[in-house]
Design a protein around this ligand. Structure first.
Ligand code: NI
Length: 428
């Protein structure tokens, strides 16, 4: 299966330069003059005129909980502990697998619609996330959420078993998913369980995905109980030696920056969730200055309340500029790199995150005629500072269109909306 995209504007090209891109066998085969000739030699190649559209790699949402879109706008304007323990957790505990399947699909619909082509998920319903990805063609790093005191804890054992079962299931059904382990946080997982997760991750070459240093309360409690900052504590258990995604990292000390400066450590900042739950803003500007790798996530639609990475990019740069009183903090190109290239590195997929020959074709097309982007002086600035995300017209994952000229090709959108309303009716 080959697709020739004609007359596209590549994000990295000079403003007025148009080119052709040939996609073959899921990869970007040729960019530029040779693309049309190669297409002629490729049997059954489909050609699309992309005049008036920008082509860029898809955005990568590095921290979310996709099934939780069922709780979007369900618990707002309440304190963090009330939000999590009194409002969200009871609903979460009452969801069926089928509910979670539709919640996952609803999230995937929103992510595709706004140009996200892969996400890192901490899941309580991993099988349903894997199925939703397989059915829709969405790419993900699925990490099973884990809680419990120790490796002997019955609940933890069951969830770990599920994590490994879902990896097998994903392979069986050909889901475009990678897998990891998702210990929820240092306050919901005991020392022994965290240590064990690190051992398993090393043994089986899996990524770890955890919430860390999200709130002042978490920071203070960790200092009181362990005499260490959350970052120091996690390091003491060996987890910062693993390939790891650290969601949040809002509360850091000077010493923490040193510990986070490792090629296997990926901080995932979630500015909207942190702001909405009144946890502050992560010191992203300083992290970048210190050489720490930072990717971007939305967190769940229950705490954001959106999975739109364009909105997240805009808030990220605005917040960093506003808080640091430095208008050069996080420029538009730096912000895009965080949302794309750093995201690919965080989920361990260096074949993604760039529109270059040889890379996997996870690509999006953006309508340059959208009034929100005009006049087009500077494409990157327009995408970070002006775009809403709804300028995305087409989304391709692994060389296949999954969203095309505003239509979902792999999801029965009407059914998903119907089912999610039916589920929500139980909680009204
Ligand atoms: Ni989260």
């Amino acid at each position: 299966m080959s697709i020739l995209l004609k007359n596209v504007h590549l994000l990295e090209s000079p403003e007025n330069e148009r080119t052709d891109v040939l996609i073959r066998d899921g990869k970007i085969a040729v960019i530029g003059k040779g693309a049309a000739d190669s297409a002629k030699e490729t049997a059954g190649c489909e050609t699309t005129d992309c005049s008036g559209r920008t082509l860029m790699p898809g955005l990568i949402n590095c921290h979310t909980h996709a099934y939780m879109s069922l709780m979007r706008n369900y618990a707002d304007d309440v304190p963090f502990a009330t939000w999590l323990f009194d409002r969200i957790a009871p609903v979460e505990d009452s969801l069926s697998n089928e509910d979670a399947y539709y919640g996952n699909l609803l999230s995937i619909m929103e992510m595709l619609r706004t140009g996200t082509t892969a996400f890192a998920d901490m899941q309580m319903f991993p099988r349903m996330a894997v199925k939703a990805c397989a059915d829709s063609g969405m790419r993900a790093l699925i990490t099973r959420g884990l809680v419990g005191e120790s490796r002997d804890d019955e609940g933890a054992k069951r969830r770990l078993q599920e994590a490994f079962d879902e990896m097998e299931y994903g392979k069986e059904i050909g889901a475009p998913c990678d897998f990891g382990l998702g210990p929820h946080a240092i306050y919901t997982c005991g020392k022994d369980l965290l240590r064990y997760v690190g051992e398993l991750a090393a043994e089986k070459d899996l990524r770890v995905h955890i919430h860390l240093a999200e709130t002042q309360y978490e920071f203070d409690t960790c200092m009181k109980e362990h005499g260490k900052t959350p970052v120091e504590y996690l390091d003491s258990l060996g987890l910062l030696d693993r390939e790891i995604l650290l969601a949040h990292c809002v509360y850091l000390t000077d010493g923490d920056y040193e510990l986070l400066k490792r090629p296997n450590v990926h901080v995932v900042t979630n500015p909207a969730s942190n702001a909405k739950l009144a946890n502050g803003f992560a010191p992203v500007k300083r992290m970048l200055e210190e050489g720490i790798q930072v990717a971007l996530g939305t967190d769940s639609a229950a705490s954001n309340n959106s999975l739109n990475m364009f909105g997240e990019m805009r808030l990220l740069t605005m917040a960093q500029k506003g808080v640091s009183k430095d208008s050069l903090a996080l420029t538009a190109p730096e912000t895009l790199d965080i949302a794309v290239k750093n995201g690919a590195a965080a989920i361990g997929r260096c074949d993604l995150g760039a529109a270059e020959e040889g890379k996997t074709a996870d690509l999006i097309l953006i309508d340059e005629n959208a009034p929100s982007l005009r006049p087009l002086y500077n494409r990157k600035a327009s995408l970070v500072y002006s775009a809403s995300g709804y300028e995305v017209t087409d989304v391709m994952i692994g060389g296949k269109f999954v969203f095309r000229t505003g239509e979902y090709l792999t999801i029965d959108a009407e059914k998903v909306l119907f089912e999610t309303e039916r589920i929500a009716a139980r909680y009204r």
